[in-house]
Design a protein around this ligand. Structure first.
Ligand SMILES: [Zn+2]
Length: 382
């Protein structure tokens, strides 16, 4: 019988396997190789494995590994991709696991290949034959850009686990809510002309000025309505992050574009926000509607929140011995919450994610295995 790899061997192999995900097609890579590696290990651990091709992607796949059948049980989820890397900023080779000063360095070390190494090592240690409820391992694609993997899975899966854990780096604290994310581009098409005659054109900067005034009013309203004190920034935010228009001081500006970023609280839905924005811009639209184009830059990502009255929250806080929190960053919980109640909990700190010399502190390994051992025992054996 072949020997199952050790924690370090698993971790090394995952770090060595490039799974960069980028909106820039030249930097993007298919995640098929890493999915196949993980599928083989899970198969060797007696899981039945299913690899799902995700439509309309650059050759990307999800992996669902299942042990047991029936309703309920536990789903452990994570993403196979990493962000892109600028090797010049690194002191280590991002594609080799380097162990230094009690830390594991490498691209994806904390976000989130270290988590998979912990889970596979744990699954190998445990006797899963006595489980009475199913255990699922889900590995998704494209989390760092479009979240197409989690989105596709949540739309089409038939399984109904009792609870989902996403092993993003939370320093092992249960995270039970985060904001949603919308990016919009607002463009104004005017008409060019000589600057000496303002009536000889339509100045798109003038119209954008009206739009900005209305958006700032909306931004102030967001600040005072529907606060949620669990968040460090307890209101929905709006940032004007990019604006461009015009060619020269002596030409009437014929085109101006603005990009805005909105972070919505869980108690404000995407359609509710769209209505608020529509109302705020209504007067301007009545006059200039023909000239204004509003588009989503990417598909909006819904906010996420676990019901705080949920029994599951009490159980998870008890088993992890940590109080739950809310965070500012976005995760696949936005989509997974539609499959089952979802909690984000994993090893390492989010501060080291997406950074040069990304690392996972070694002190997280044992506690991670311990906590997930308790989760598996609780949710798969009850
Ligand atoms: Zn991540």
């Amino acid at each position: 019988m072949k020997k199952f790899p050790s924690f370090i061997q698993i971790y090394k192999k995952l770090i060595q396997t490039n799974s960069i995900n980028s909106i820039n097609i030249n930097d993007d890579s298919s995640n098929k190789i890493i999915i196949d590696i993980l599928a083989n290990w899970l198969y060797d651990l007696n899981f039945s494995v299913e690899i799902q091709s995700i439509p309309k992607t650059n050759n990307k796949f999800n992996l669902l590994a299942t042990m047991g059948s029936g309703p309920g049980g536990l789903l452990i989820s994570g993403h196979s991709d990493t962000v892109n890397v600028n090797t010049k900023l690194w002191n280590f080779d991002p594609f080799q696991l380097t162990i230094r000063d009690n830390k594991f360095y490498g691209l994806g070390a904390v976000d989130m290949k270290g988590f998979f190494a912990c889970i596979l090592d744990l699954l190998h240690d445990l006797n899963l034959k006595k489980n009475t409820h199913p255990l699922y391992i889900l590995i998704t694609a494209d989390e760092e850009t479009t979240m197409s993997g989690a989105k596709y899975f949540s739309q089409f899966t038939q399984i109904k686990p009792k609870i989902i854990f996403i092993g993003e780096p939370t320093s092992l604290k249960p995270i039970i809510g985060h904001k949603g994310h919308i990016s919009k581009s607002i463009s104004v098409q005017g008409k060019s002309g000589h600057s000496s005659d303002p009536n000889n054109g339509i100045n798109s900067i003038d119209i954008m000025h009206l739009i900005l005034n209305s958006l700032f009013q909306l931004r102030d309203k967001l600040k005072y309505m529907l606060n949620q004190k669990q968040f460090q920034i307890p209101y929905s935010t709006m940032n004007c992050g990019y604006i461009h228009g015009g060619k020269s001081a002596n030409i009437i500006c014929d085109f101006c574009t603005l990009h805005i970023d909105i972070r919505l609280l869980p108690n404000l839905s995407i359609p509710q926000f769209d209505d608020l924005m529509f109302n705020e811009l209504k007067t301007i639209q009545n006059t200039w509607g023909q000239n204004i184009i509003i588009k989503n830059i990417h598909e909006p990502i819904p906010s996420y929140a676990l019901s705080q009255s949920s029994d599951l929250l009490y159980i998870v806080e008890y088993l992890s011995q940590k109080k739950s929190e809310f965070v500012n960053y976005c995760t696949e919980a936005s989509f997974m919450q539609y499959v089952a109640p979802t909690i984000i909990l994993g090893p390492g700190s989010i501060n080291q994610a997406h950074q040069p010399d990304e690392y996972l502190d070694m002190n997280f390994i044992k506690p991670t295995k311990n906590i997930f051992k308790k989760f598996i025992q609780y949710f798969c054996k009850k």
